[in-house]
Design a protein around this ligand. Structure first.
Ligand code: GDP
Ligand code: ZN
Length: 303
């Protein structure tokens, strides 16, 4: 049938061979159009920029623009598939409680570095800071700051830090990740007033009937910037990663790559190990080095 002119769009949700495209130009700017995809395009995902054309009763995506980043996740067959595209920040949310394990932070950092997306460390529930937990959390954040990571403090309870967070999120696409209970839903609700994230995912479920898996959705923050969110994205962690990628995820250790006396050094007890020397000198922290080894060991266990 007849197709309208080519125009740019932004995928805000995807399900199988269909996508919801936000109109980016013309009198319908801001409208959402359900589209089919030309088969040669491969799997397009939330965050993708596309060229689409209006058809009689819906729309058709005819081309996909290049992605600058993608978030991958294994599907049921263990193959890594993109779940969202063009993300700028992975905001790793930790909290004063539940207890913020440094090892878990390191796992998120490794996964973020492997996807080539800038991680940001956000300590939520700052209203619960007291003399006791400050003693642990301030040096913890300082450690990551010294490694070059951006850190933020926030409280959805008192709104402390939310302006700085909003300023950072403006003009970028972000995802929030972190363990259950740190306050991701609370943050999303205070940054997206009036949007019920749960409703967004539920309406998709009802469209698809029995289908319960929910795909990523893109939301606009009122002060600029976008959020891509889904239950799967919030659980983002270490999927399948190579040992090299794990090392890349530890910046200060990666800088020592190739400096050990033995090419196949395991950095355990070998003489001339640059990692162990740096550990001894205090140039790398014991916690980070232990994290690195724990992550490598856990990968061996799961093989
Ligand atoms: P999620 O599992 O990461 O989505 O966490 P939720 O947003 O569901 O929050 C978990 C609990 O932490 C809830 O009881 C929230 O009310 C509480 N919470 C969230 N943000 C804050 C905060 O800034 N300060 C305090 N004291 N509690 C918070
Ligand atoms: Zn070594």
């Amino acid at each position: 049938g007849d197709l309208g002119p080519e125009q740019q769009g932004l995928i805000i949700s995807h399900f199988g061979r269909q996508v919801d495209v936000e109109v980016l130009e013309g009198e319908h700017k801001g409208d959402i159009q359900r589209c089919h995809m030309r088969t040669h395009l491969g799997q397009l995902v939330t965050g993708d920029r596309v060229i689409w054309r209006r058809s009689a009763d819906s729309g058709v995506v005819v081309a996909a623009l290049d992605r600058h980043s993608e978030l991958l996740r294994p599907n049921n067959h263990g193959e890594l598939k993109p779940v969202a595209a063009n993300i700028d920040y992975i905001v790793i949310v930790i909290a004063v409680e539940p207890y913020a394990h440094a090892n878990l932070i390191d796992r998120y950092l490794v996964a973020a570095e492997a996807s080539g997306i800038e991680p940001v460390l956000l300590l939520n529930k700052a209203d619960l800071l007291n003399d006791e937990n400050r003693q642990r959390l301030e040096p913890l954040l300082e450690q990551y700051r010294q490694l070059g990571y951006r850190t933020l403090l926030a409280s959805t309870e008192t709104s402390h830090g939310l302006d700085e967070l909003k300023a950072m999120l403006a003009d970028h696409i972000s995802v929030f990740v972190g363990q259950s209970g740190v306050g991701k839903s609370s943050l999303v609700n205070s940054l997206l007033p009036g949007t019920d994230i749960k409703t967004g995912t539920l309406s998709e479920q009802s469209r698809k009937g029995r289908h319960t898996t929910t795909t990523a959705r893109l939301f606009h923050f009122p002060d600029g910037g976008d959020l891509i969110d889904s239950p799967g994205i919030r659980e983002f962690a270490l999927w399948h990663m190579t040992e090299e990628q794990v090392l890349d995820g530890f910046r200060e250790l990666a800088a020592l790559r190739g400096h050990c006396r033995f090419r196949d050094c395991r950095h355990e007890l070998e003489p001339g190990c640059a990692f162990l020397e740096a550990l001894e000198d205090g140039r790398i922290s014991e916690q980070r080095f232990n994290s690195y080894q724990q992550i490598l060991n856990s990968m061996q266990d799961s093989r």
